[in-house]
Structures are given as structure tokens and as C-alpha cells.
Design a protein around this ligand. Structure first.
Ligand SMILES: C[S@@+](CC[C@H](N)C(=O)[O-])C[C@H]1O[C@@H](n2cnc3c(N)ncnc32)[C@H](O)[C@@H]1O
Ligand SMILES: Nc1nc2[nH]cc(C(=O)O)c2c(=O)[nH]1
Ligand code: SF4
Ligand SMILES: [Mg+2]
Length: 221
């Protein structure tokens, strides 16, 4: 099995429940949604134009606009460069576009915990133990729907918030899926009009949590 990889890097998880956790991030290429606010547009804009042919090209250039197919063994070799790491985060792009079960099963056998960051618009192919962070994309281009089974499966829901209407959308989603006892995070969008204050107020009013993308404040990847 070959996986289209945009980047693999070792850093501290900056969002939601695992914040501060040393993690290898496996960023898969491509996205089926295409949000205007996306902070990783390099994974889905200019897709085919920037395809690089070999892993060596990426290694040489460090070209984050490019991507390459990695075999399972090549991904494991990248992870092995960080021997202290015990937690692997699949993100993108949209990692749920790919079947991650074989890779995750090997990682679990090696003692790693796994997490997926997903919009919830694709059927998840992860393991029962994978921590699922669902970040709803409502009214996004292409009008992709969030699958009910993914809402049920999610270990936490992390809502990207730019304006008050996003809070209302989240409330409707929670009502529609009868969500009562999940961890709910509000994540302010990194944009000019900083919506952090709005998120703090809504967190206090609803007993939700704030996910402030710590990595962007402490200037790490
Ligand atoms: C880049 S996405 C990749 C995974 C998946 N496609 C998703 O949206 O969950 C990872 C996380 O970043 C969030 N995100 C994207 N752009 C953001 C921005 N400008 N500010 C804050 N969070 C953002 C997403 O909502 C998601 O929780
Ligand atoms: N430090 C750090 N934490 C993250 N949590 C989720 C991320 C993502 O891009 O999915 C991310 C990221 O890009 N960097
Ligand atoms: S779904 Fe995720 S990766 Fe795709 S455009 Fe939106 S934030 Fe970016
Ligand atoms: Mg990010």
C-alpha cells in the first residue's frame, strides 16, 4: 500500500485533548472539502502541478508544496527517526480519504497510540483504539455532509470558529445528533479578526473547552 504524503514531522500536539503530547504528524495529501480558512492549503491547492516524483526530491528540497507516495515501510522508517515518540497523529488534508487500518495495526503492535484529525465527511478506516478528533465543516464548498457514524464515533468535537454563526452551527449539529456527553472544543480560526474572545465567552456559557492552537503561539511546527 502506498500513501500520498505531504509531510511527516515530530512536534508537540497543539490542539484539543492531547495538547503538549510529543507526536509524529503524518500529513496526508489532498482534501475533499476545501475550506477558505484552511491553514494547510499546501496539501490540496496546486495538487497535481506540485507533485514531486521521488522521496529524494522532498528530502533534498524540503518542499512542503510537493508530495510523494510513501510505502508503509518508508513511513515506519520516518517514525523510527524519533525514538522517544509514542503518539502518532494522522492529519492532512483529509486523512480519512485513505485506508489507514494496516498501518495503524502495525503501529499499535509497536506500542504507539494513534489519533486522526478529520472533518468527518468520509467513512473512517482506522482502529477501534484510534482517538478521533472530529472538526465539523458546515456549509463548506461542495456541501459535504458529516457522517452520523463519525459523530457517534468521535472522541471529541473540535469546532473551528470564526464568527458567532459558527457557534450556532455547532449547537445545531449537537442537537441533530443528540450529542450530550462528548468533549467539545472551540478552536479560534487564525485570521485577522481574532475570534478568541468569542470562543472564550461561548466556552464559559456552555461548559465547552478552548483549543487555542498552542503551536502557533509558541512558534513551533
Ligand atoms: C488542517 S485540518 C486537517 C484535518 C481535517 N481535514 C480537518 O479539517 O479536521 C486540522 C485542524 O485544523 C483546523 N484548522 C484549519 N484551518 C484553521 C485555521 N485557520 N485556524 C484554526 N484552525 C484551523 C481544522 O478545523 C482541523 O481541526
Ligand atoms: N503542533 C501542531 N499541532 C497540530 N494539531 C493538529 C494539527 C494539524 O494540522 O492537523 C497540528 C499542527 O500542524 N501542528
Ligand atoms: S477539511 Fe481540513 S484540510 Fe480540508 S480544507 Fe478544511 S481544514 Fe483544510
Ligand atoms: Mg495545523
Amino acid at each position: 500500500m502506498q500513501y500520498p504524503i505531504n509531510e511527516i514531522f515530530y512536534t508537540l500536539q497543539g490542539e484539543a485533548s492531547f495538547v503538549g503530547q510529543p507526536s509524529v504528524f503524518i500529513r496526508l495529501q489532498g482534501c475533499n472539502v476545501g475550506c477558505a480558512f484552511c491553514d494547510t492549503k499546501h496539501t490540496w491547492e496546486l495538487d497535481t502541478a506540485n507533485q514531486v516524483k521521488t522521496i529524494q526530491v522532498i528530502e533534498k528540497t524540503g518542499d512542503r508544496l510537493g508530495w510523494a507516495y510513501f510505502s508503509l515501510e518508508e513511513i515506519l522508517a520516518e517514525i523510527a527517526r524519533y525514538p522517544a515518540c509514542r503518539h502518532i497523529v494522522f492529519t492532512g488534508g483529509e486523512p480519512a480519504m485513505y485506508d489507514l487500518r494496516e498501518l495503524i495495526s502495525i503501529l499499535e503492535d509497536k506500542g504507539y497510540s494513534t489519533q486522526i484529525e478529520t472533518s468527518g465527511t468520509e467513512i473512517l478506516r482506522v482502529s477501534e483504539k484510534t482517538w478521533v478528533t472530529l472538526s465539523p465543516k458546515i456549509d463548506m464548498p461542495g456541501n459535504k455532509t458529516i457522517l452520523a457514524e463519525n459523530v457517534a464515533r468521535a472522541n471529541e468535537i473540535k469546532m473551528p470558529v470564526g464568527k458567532i454563526q459558527d457557534i450556532e452551527k455547532l449547537k445545531r449539529l449537537l442537537q441533530q445528533h443528540a450529542v450530550t456527553n462528548k468533549l467539545i472544543w472551540l478552536q479560534p480560526l487564525s485570521c485577522k479578526e481574532n475570534p478568541t474572545k468569542l470562543c472564550i465567552e461561548a466556552a464559559l456559557a456552555n461548559n465547552w473547552r478552548l483549543s487555542a492552537q498552542v503551536h502557533k503561539y509558541i512558534n513551533i511546527r
